[in-house]
Ligand binder design. Structure first.
Ligand SMILES: [Zn+2]
Length: 232
């Protein structure tokens, strides 16, 4: 309860400090719009259910038991989605995470997805200190606004600090993460329907490790939700 109140307060503060302009094009937002204007939203490369499930599965071959994979958009180098995700991650705009989370929540609802728990991909506490927030947690909160489901903020833990994965190759990313993800409370998540949430799915290294950890811990089902999935 306090969490929801505090995050609502955070959003109000952001509204105070940032003018109501679209993060995509810089136009003034209308009263019903938040973060991204309607024309910009309509212009994003959205995916239908089948496409997004196929693309997510293609990137996570080590998690074939996955119940459902859902992505809002295609994520391309130099694309609009990438620009927005970078603003969300590196420019303090965690409110954009919640905005995207609500959009993702609506899509999941249309798909009939009703998880019992939403677990965000964790960031190491050192990175959390640098950045100030975990964008995946904010996406999870946005989904929970729509699906009315619990968010387990620290359901997964990152046990070792790794350098930014951004400039690393695929093999190196996988090697770096091996054994670095732990389930905080195995008993609590056993036999639960879990939705694992991240901002983007590119090489799949992080989501593979997180997904495998949850499956090994005995979740009833695992679904994956992301804002963007890489693919042409
Ligand atoms: Zn716009």
């Amino acid at each position: 309860m306090l969490g929801k109140y505090a995050s609502g307060l955070g959003e109000a503060l952001i509204a105070l400090f940032y003018p109501p302009i679209c993060i995509g094009c810089g136009d003034v937002l209308t009263s019903g719009e938040r973060c991204v204007c309607l024309p910009c939203s309509m212009d994003l490369p959205s995916l239908d259910f089948r496409e997004s499930d196929l693309l997510v599965r293609e990137r996570l071959p080590e998690c074939p038991q996955m119940l459902r994979g859902t992505a809002l958009y295609r994520y391309r180098k130099g694309g609009k989605v990438r620009k927005l995700v970078r603003t969300m991650k590196y420019s303090g705009r965690y409110d954009l995470g919640r905005f995207f989370g609500r959009e993702l929540g609506k899509k999941l609802q249309r798909e009939g997805c009703g998880p019992e728990l939403i677990i965000p991909v964790p960031v190491h506490r050192k990175r959390l200190k640098e950045r100030g927030y975990n964008q995946s947690y904010w996406i999870a909160l946005g989904i929970a606004d729509v699906l009315d489901t619990k968010v387990l903020e620290h359901g997964l833990l990152r046990t070792a600090y790794t350098d930014s994965q951004v400039r690393k190759g695929r093999m190196e990313r996988f090697a770096n993460l091996k054994g670095n993800i732990k389930v905080a409370d195995r008993e609590f998540i056993q036999n639960r329907e879990v939705l694992l949430v991240d901002d983007v799915l590119t090489t799949g290294a992080t989501l593979t490790e997180c997904g495998k950890a949850l499956l090994e811990a005995g979740v009833k089902s695992l679904s994956i939700g992301v804002i963007g999935v890489a693919g042409d």
